[in-house]
Design a protein around this ligand. Structure first.
Ligand code: BYC
Ligand code: FE
Ligand code: FE
Ligand code: FE
Length: 470
């Protein structure tokens, strides 16, 4: 269970380490200042129906109640320690998991924790204006739930930096609040986290595709030989499940509404009837999928090989894999573009672990697309959504520097420039979506472009006042 008696809720016995406690307590006001300045711009004083972690076990870890966001109890929650845990992969396979950071892996671990930590506040910054235009109180509450949990994920990484990386760790923790999404001078580290999230369609796509990168990266860090990191990520993944839900069901409800309007008016052009056209949804999907694919790094990466061999990062579902978990003699194939054509090369499996993870991610992304297409099918429509080709709109890895259309045709610069507005959200698309983004803040009412959910949060009715207005 979690100790809520001190300034910082935790289940790591923070009160037994005064130095660490003081260091974190002096970082806390910086965090709160950042939340005030760069967190949600509206509803700062309202009661929001939020869940807070009360324990980390399988059953009943969350408590739901009204809370004002600045009073949210952000804290440090690690999954329970398994004293027997051994390292599952790499050259230290079978050895006990590390409770402290080995000097040899200090730089790698610090880098991974910093990159992970950087994404969490970035997403809060990206989403800070969305409270002005939510399609319902239910959705507004879900936005804020995601925001406070991303804030807590920052705490999770800051704890590791303070507890295990000394002076450097404290400096890195400061920098996590200093870099800001889209900032000209000190932007966030990874590309997708400097893109704006201007509207609610972008928000659902972001939580579907970009939070899902989080799910998969956390899944690999959950396998880390560094046990405190593994345990932190294990608990973060429980919170992450709700972020996946927000994305999957958000897009689902938009598609339901779109399908209904297409049938009712017998046209694809449903914008005049207050709906989001399917072709526009596809362009948003194309964008968010492709920038999220970039988050996996290069297909072949010596960083990734070293992380795996050293033990600092595993693979998705490492312990369920049926190989030797060392991969020293294994090969795999990587596709790239050469002389205007796709080619496939054999490479050491160790070098292609970013691709291994990305392929798992793509398979998972497809589950939602199938689900959304069932909505279209049930409505008797022939249209379908799809994931664009893996080479489409890529800035990182083997496809960067080439142009591939969503269907997988390699095209030249001129063709790309001429046609990209049909594949990616255009300025017109963004202003069309913006024109629909009017707040709907009566309990149980929903904007014209989205269906209500079938059930509410925590068994409350859909018309429950999830945010108390006025
Ligand atoms: N943008 O060797 P490579 C989440 C850099 S999301 C800019 O292929 P590696 C969340 C790379 O840093 C999960 N730069 O890279 C979601 C490297 O730079 P250096 C976040 C990029 O290391 C929603 C160089 O290019 N967690 O939690 O194999 C809301 C060479 O690349 C990008 C993690 O990412 C990019 N997209 O793989 C809230 C886990 N991609 O070293 C939260 C930790 C690559 O040459 N991170 N570069 O200066 C990692 O495991 C790895 O750093 C990466 C990159 C997978 C990101
Ligand atoms: Fe997160
Ligand atoms: Fe998330
Ligand atoms: Fe070693």
């Amino acid at each position: 269970t979690i100790d809520y008696s001190g300034k910082i809720p935790n289940n790591v016995d923070l009160d037994t380490d005064r130095r660490l406690q003081r260091a974190l307590e002096s970082w806390q006001p910086n965090f709160l200042g950042w939340w005030r300045d760069l967190g949600p711009t509206v509803f700062k004083e309202n009661d929001i129906y939020l869940r807070t972690a009360v324990a980390v076990g399988k059953e009943g870890w969350a408590n739901f109640d009204y809370v004002r966001m600045p009073d949210y109890r952000w804290g440090i929650f690690l999954a329970e320690r398994d004293g027997e845990r051994t390292i599952a992969h790499g050259q230290h396979q079978g050895e006990p998991a590390w409770q402290t950071v080995p000097g040899e892996y200090r730089a790698d671990l610090r880098r991974l924790i910093v990159v992970q930590g950087d994404t969490e506040p970035a997403s809060v910054e990206q989403q800070r204006h969305l409270g002005r235009t939510a399609p319902s109180l239910y959705d507004l509450r879900n936005l804020f739930q995601v925001n406070v949990e991303e804030g807590r994920h920052l705490w999770a990484m800051v704890y590791l930096l303070h507890a295990h990386f000394g002076r450097d760790g404290r400096d890195e923790a400061e920098m996590l609040l200093h870099r800001n999404s889209g900032d000209d001078d000190s932007p966030r580290i990874l590309g997708a986290f400097n893109e704006p999230t201007p509207d609610w369609l972008a928000f659902y796509m972001f939580t579907y595709f970009t939070d899902r990168d989080g799910k998969f990266q956390l899944g690999t860090l959950k396998e880390s030989a560094f046990d405190p990191l593994a345990r932190t990520c294990e608990f973060m993944l429980k919170e992450e499940a709700h972020h996946m839900f927000v994305g999957t069901m958000g897009v689902h409800r938009v598609v339901e509404r779109t399908a209904a309007l297409m049938k009712e008016h017998d046209t694809e052009d449903i914008l005049p009837f207050g709906g989001i056209p399917l072709a526009l949804i596809q362009r948003y999907l194309n964008f968010h999928f492709s920038v999220s694919m970039d988050l996996f790094g290069s297909e072949t990466s010596t960083n990734a090989a070293n992380y795996f061999s050293g033990g600092v990062k595993g693979r998705w579902m490492e312990r369920r894999r049926k190989d030797d978990h060392r991969l020293l003699d294994d090969f795999t194939t990587v596709t790239s573009v050469r002389d205007g054509a796709f080619v496939t090369d054999e490479v050491p499996a160790l070098s292609a672990l970013n691709l291994d993870l990305r392929d798992q991610y793509v398979a998972d992304c497809n589950t939602g697309v199938k689900r959304w297409n069932k909505v279209l099918e049930a409505a008797g429509l022939a249209h379908r959504l799809y994931l664009p080709h893996e080479g489409f709109n890529r800035k990182v890895g083997v496809y960067s520097g080439h142009h591939v259309d969503p269907h997988g045709a390699i095209i030249d610069e001129a063709a790309w420039e001429a046609r990209k507005d049909g594949w990616l959200p255009s300025e017109q698309d963004k202003s069309d979506v913006a024109s629909l983004m009017r707040p709907v803040y009566e309990p149980g009412e929903f904007a014209s472009w989205i269906n209500p959910p079938s059930v509410g949060i925590n068994q409350q009715p859909v018309e429950f006042p999830y945010v108390r207005i006025g």
